[in-house]
Ligand binder design. Structure first.
Ligand SMILES: Cc1cc2nc3c(=O)[nH]c(=O)nc-3n(C[C@H](O)[C@H](O)[C@H](O)COP(=O)(O)OP(=O)(O)OC[C@H]3O[C@@H](n4cnc5c(N)ncnc54)[C@H](O)[C@@H]3O)c2cc1C
Length: 512
């Protein structure tokens, strides 16, 4: 049997999720196919979570054009979708005369990109704002419009709202064959399921070049750029209130200090071009690099405070130029005409294959630009002939059903804890002691469809604290089994091949 849709989106990272929600505003049959067991398990699970102000990328690139309007959307989005967002600002700091010139360059660029409230601030004000900064700092570019979010909570919220509005999200469904027959695209997946659609949106992150190749589009290649990040113990405290950047390098924004929206500080990422799209190894060299750079910004940061590390791979796109297009781009560079594509930029929109739309090469600031990218994609679909009729039943509101105990305790609303426990006894069972996550939150995450350890970790923060899930793993396994009936030995960390226990546990063994 073939499942027929108007639009199929391949990939459920923040880009596919934002597009799915955007398209759910219209009367359309839309499906999202995601190869991983859960959504947000690709690039979108491992990034810095910054909603950038938008002064980094040149104004003639999509990265430069889309960050500011993307950033602006987040106040409304977080209100509608109920995910944490803090507009805490970012600072790019300078230590030398040369770096002061660099700040001026980015100030001018930011102005061209329409970044609001941008200013260069002197040492005294800077150290007043961030007293833990290295006192050798001279001045900084201050962009108060930047903010931080939790990227997977954002992605989960988008997907949940898209589902509420009729989008079919199918996980564990890897597209292995795609071809256009007449006006229809036909898809075959690894599980041998068949789908068809009038339009395809390619939001496959690191694998977007492989999906494009299936329909004969070979003009770009995704080269992963590896970034290692380190999470510090919550007990270290905030250290900084704003995101702190050094002056950037040619390849990346440099290594940053990020006060995450959930509390702990994160440092990184490195930037290394690699070939392997599944190389998630952290290295001793990466650790050294990150902490050397971080200590230059905030001298009290210690690598011994790191409780875990992770790798994110930026899906950087480069064009595969033919000899003819290379010739034309050389001519264009002599005549001063802007090239059609700048290496490393986003690849968004219509293609030579009618009905096949790309949302590819979405590296940083992809998270920031995601809501605007979604609007660009719906425009591209419209231009390619898709009818966009408003769905009057569209409901933009998604509410979290369960409160996070950690957040209530941080605010010291102890009376609210008592009330919650009275309403739902599961609030009195602490499953993750480091992050104060209760059974009520875990059960809710399972009911939302997160049935792997990583899925539950991303949805609740259980397992992200100092003991790195030493205490809560068996308790979470028991709860997943209890709620879904999945045998404990079949429960995985992040999908098939990552099973956690090899032999069945005896009843109650998990709670020892
Ligand atoms: C270290 C790092 C730090 C970053 N920091 C920031 C930041 O602070 N701010 C910011 O704005 N941006 C940041 N970014 C960029 C941001 O994370 C990305 O732009 C964004 O996550 C890309 O989302 P995506 O949906 O395109 O890709 P993904 O999240 O990878 O989604 C693509 C999905 O497609 C699926 N897929 C692939 N092939 C198939 C197939 N054949 N069939 C079905 N599904 C398939 C994948 O499994 C994946 O889930 C950072 C990136 C990195 C790596």
């Amino acid at each position: 049997m073939t499942n027929k849709y108007d639009v199929i989106i391949i990939g459920a990272g923040v880009i596919g999720a934002a597009i799915a929600r955007e398209l759910s505003r219209y009367h359309l049959d839309v499906a999202v196919l995601e190869k991983e067991t859960d959504v947000s398990f690709g690039v979108s699970k491992a990034n810095s979570g910054i909603i950038h102000a938008g002064f980094h990328a040149p104004p003639d690139t999509l990265k430069g054009k889309l960050a500011v309007p993307g950033n602006r959307k987040f106040d409304r989005l977080c209100e509608e979708l109920d995910f944490p967002f803090e507009r805490n600002g970012e600072l790019m700091v300078a230590f030398s005369e040369d770096e002061i010139h660099t700040l001026q360059f980015y100030y001018d660029r930011g102005k061209k990109n329409n970044v609001p409230y941008l200013e260069i601030i002197g040492k005294e004000r800077l150290l007043e704002l961030e007293p833990n900064l290295n006192p050798d700092v001279e001045c900084a570019l201050y962009a108060p419009s930047a903010g931080v979010i939790c990227p997977y909570e954002y992605c989960f919220a988008l997907i949940e709202n898209a589902k509420q509005n009729g989008v079919n999200v199918i996980t564990g469904e890897k597209v292995i064959h795609l071809e256009k027959k007449g006006k229809i695209f036909e898809i075959k997946t690894e599980k041998n399921n068949k789908y068809s659609a009038l339009y395809i949106v390619n939001a496959a992150g690191l694998f977007a070049d492989e999906i494009a190749r299936m329909v004969g589009i070979t003009n770009f290649k995704i080269v992963p750029r590896k970034g290692e990040e380190y999470l510090l113990d919550r007990r270290v405290g905030k250290l900084v209130k704003r995101v702190i950047f050094p002056c950037p390098t040619k390849k990346s924004k440099g290594m940053l200090i990020i006060p995450t929206v959930d509390g702990p500080v994160m440092v990184g990422p490195t930037a290394l071009d690699i070939e392997d799209k599944v190389d998630f190894s952290t290295t001793r060299d990466g650790l050294k690099q990150v902490f050397n750079h971080a200590q230059k910004l905030v001298p009290s940061i210690r690598s011994t405070d790191a409780i875990t590390s992770f790798v994110g791979l930026r899906p950087a796109a480069t064009r595969n130029y033919s000899i003819i297009s290379k010739f034309f781009s050389i001519i264009k560079s002599f005549t001063g005409t802007k090239p059609e594509y700048i290496d490393g930029d986003f690849i968004i929109g219509r293609t030579t294959v009618s009905g096949f739309i790309n949302a590819a090469g979405i590296q940083s600031p992809g998270l920031t630009a995601s809501p605007i990218i979604a609007e660009h994609i719906s425009d591209a679909l419209l231009k390619d002939g898709l009818k966009l009729e408003k769905n009057p039943a569209f409901n933009p509101i998604r509410k979290r059903r369960v409160k996070h105990l950690r957040v209530i305790l941080e605010k010291k609303f102890f009376h609210e804890v008592e009330k919650l426990v009275k309403e739902n006894k599961k609030y009195s069972n602490l499953v993750c002691r480091c992050e104060n996550v209760t059974e009520a939150e875990i059960v809710d995450a399972i009911k939302m469809g997160h049935t792997t350890l990583d899925g539950i970790k991303f949805a609740t923060r259980a397992g992200t604290g100092r003991c790195q899930s030493g205490f809560c793993t068996t308790r979470i396994l028991d709860l997943i089994h209890q709620e879904t009936g999945i045998p404990v030995e079949k429960i995985t960390k992040k999908g098939p091949g990552s099973e956690i226990v090899l032999t069945p546990l005896r009843k109650g063994q998990g709670n020892s």
